[in-house]
Design a binder for this molecule. Sequence first.
Ligand code: SF4
Length: 157
Amino acid sequence: MENNKNLVNEQNGKAKENWYLPYMNQKTKGEDVEEKQSPVAIFYCAGASNVGQATMLSAVKAANEVGYDKAALLCLASISGELKNVTNAAKESKAVIAVDGCPMSCAKKTLEMKNISVDKDLILTKDLKISKNFDLNSSVDLELIKDAVVSEVNKFY
Ligand code: SF4
């Protein structure tokens, strides 16, 4: 990729941009790209509840921590919309993690409906015992969730 140095955090050497999606977009279009190792793909439900919103916020924190060469954030809505670049990104990823707010597991179900295997479904209410409510301004322990996502990513390395 161009200007690859700019995509790397100079302090810790970890990729700091979510490069995998635009990279797969180029590949899907048949453009020449420098081949790179696929990261773990993270999808989150981003539901309209405290835990749903926390999936997104904590996934960003997790990817920032491990670096985007290890974990890529991909758009769940694009899977429903059958966008080829995101579908290809999921299918070519090292592993797929779904982060769901509650046992309705909307992220996991959405992926599986499009024949994308989910290697891990992290469910915040079940796995981390976080109570679900619909106060979108209520505080949720994002560090706890982030640590759980990081731990799941690291299991694939
Ligand atoms: S998994 Fe739960 S929180 Fe997430 S979108 Fe579905 S119902 Fe909402």
